[in-house]
Design a protein around this ligand. Structure first.
Ligand SMILES: Cc1cc2nc3c(=O)[nH]c(=O)nc-3n(C[C@H](O)[C@H](O)[C@H](O)COP(=O)(O)O)c2cc1C
Length: 196
């Protein structure tokens, strides 16, 4: 069932605070892109903080829209943060570019020009819940997401502080995560090495 009303956005898994979602966008040549993005919700106000230089930034600048895909797949965060995912992981739903494995997706519009301001507001258009699975809080998955943030910063800034953070996280993921989290953490380290 499609949702169009901002009042119902929590149904899609989007709550106050920063929602770490995977943004799917398309460039002018029709090339698909996916990358983690923090979608900030404060009551009825929704915004993003986009750093210039990413494909996501360029695509939103050109197209004025993106889809927020809600996911708890640690490998998806790692692969989309540091690498590309194959085209067959994308699927068009209701005319919009989404991820095959999304638990929910939501389309947002924004004024391309507004991207130059610090926290451009975005407008909810529509969305859909695909998989209403729920789970207990797991430190492992949350820490893989944290490690993916540190990894994108390390790749950009090359400060060893981020590597130390990743090593610290690795130990806790080994203890608290399941096989999926451990596999994602191994892949994250592999992709960091490849970026050297
Ligand atoms: C959990 C997480 C959240 C992120 N949030 C943002 C964000 O809010 N804004 C941003 O510009 N980059 C963010 N990033 C970094 C981008 O995902 C990263 O730079 C990515 O490589 C951009 O890929 P692209 O060039 O394919 O768009 C985030 C990364 C992670 C792992």
């Amino acid at each position: 069932m499609m949702i169009y009303d901002l009042e119902e956005i929590e149904t899609l898994g989007i709550f106050d605070g920063i929602n770490e979602i995977i943004a799917t966008t398309e460039n002018e040549k029709g090339v698909f892109n996916a990358a983690p993005l923090g979608l900030i919700k404060k009551g009825k106000a929704l915004s993003v903080r986009l750093f210039a230089g990413s494909h996501t930034y360029d695509n939103i600048m050109a197209g004025g829209k993106f889809v927020a895909n809600v996911s708890h797949d640690p490998m998806l965060f790692v692969e989309t943060a540091l690498n590309d995912i194959p085209e067959d992981r994308f699927v068009i739903r209701d005319g919009e570019l989404t991820l095959q494995d999304a638990e929910a997706w939501a389309l947002f519009k924004c004024e391309p020009k507004s991207l130059d301001i610090a926290l451009p507001e975005v407008e909810f258009v529509k969305g859909e819940v695909l998989n209403r699975e729920f789970r207990a809080v797991n430190r492992g998955i949350n820490l893989v997401v944290e490690a993916a943030v540190a990894a994108t910063r390390y790749v950009a800034l090359k400060s060893d502080l981020y590597l130390e953070e990743i090593f610290k996280i690795r130990r806790i993921v080994g203890r608290c995560g399941g096989p999926k989290e451990i596999e994602a953490m191994n892949r994250l380290e592999e992709l960091i090495e490849q970026s050297e």
